[in-house]
Design a protein around this ligand. Structure first.
Ligand SMILES: Nc1nc2c(ncn2[C@@H]2O[C@H](COP(=O)(O)OP(=O)(O)OP(=O)(O)O)[C@@H](O)[C@H]2O)c(=O)[nH]1
Length: 146
């Protein structure tokens, strides 16, 4: 529930396809938000985030909401990506960032709440813009009738 609005999330997992970088465009088309996840114990997964960001911008547009997660934060002794690196990258793209642990349920719910909130806020501002457009259109039609 967000401000008395019941929200149903439909979440698509890439289920391994991302390894071959052959994600179908249907993953991008129509999506309102993206959760980009790297593994803090795997440098390559962190390095590929920028590639995924260009893909998202290219295929889904730059208006969609994206959050960045550094997962497996329970494996501190195996960490190779410092938290500050994740924070810096997220800051550069202007997106929220959290370190998470799916295993120990750290920050997972919070991360999805933040993304959902951003999507809802964007939606309401788009609806507001549509109102403005429809008012202008009415004006135009009145004008053309004369
Ligand atoms: N320690 C730890 N292990 C995790 C965590 N999240 C996932 N794993 C483990 O990492 C491995 C890969 O997890 P998956 O959820 O299959 O990762 P994935 O990238 O979604 O894999 P695909 O669906 O095949 O793309 C599994 O062995 C998980 O148990 C975490 O937060 N901490």
């Amino acid at each position: 529930m967000f401000n008395d609005t019941r929200v149903k999330l439909q979440i698509w997992d890439t289920a391994g396809q991302e390894r071959f970088h052959t994600l179908s465009t249907s993953y991008f088309r129509g999506a309102q938000g993206f959760v980009l996840v790297y593994d803090i114990t795997n440098l390559k997964s962190f390095q590929s985030i920028t590639v995924w960001m260009s893909d998202i911008y290219e295929k889904a547009g730059d208006e969609v909401d994206v959050i960045l997660l550094g997962n497996k934060c329970d494996k501190e002794s195996e960490r190779v990506v410092p938290k500050q690196k994740g924070e810096k990258l997220a800051w550069e793209y202007g997106m929220p960032f959290f370190e998470t642990s799916a295993k120990e349920n750290v920050n997972i719910e919070h991360a999805f709440s933040v993304l959902t909130k951003e999507i809802l806020e964007k939606k309401s501002s788009v609806l507001h813009d549509l109102d403005v457009v429809s008012l202008n259109e009415t004006k135009k039609r009145t004008c053309c009738a004369f």
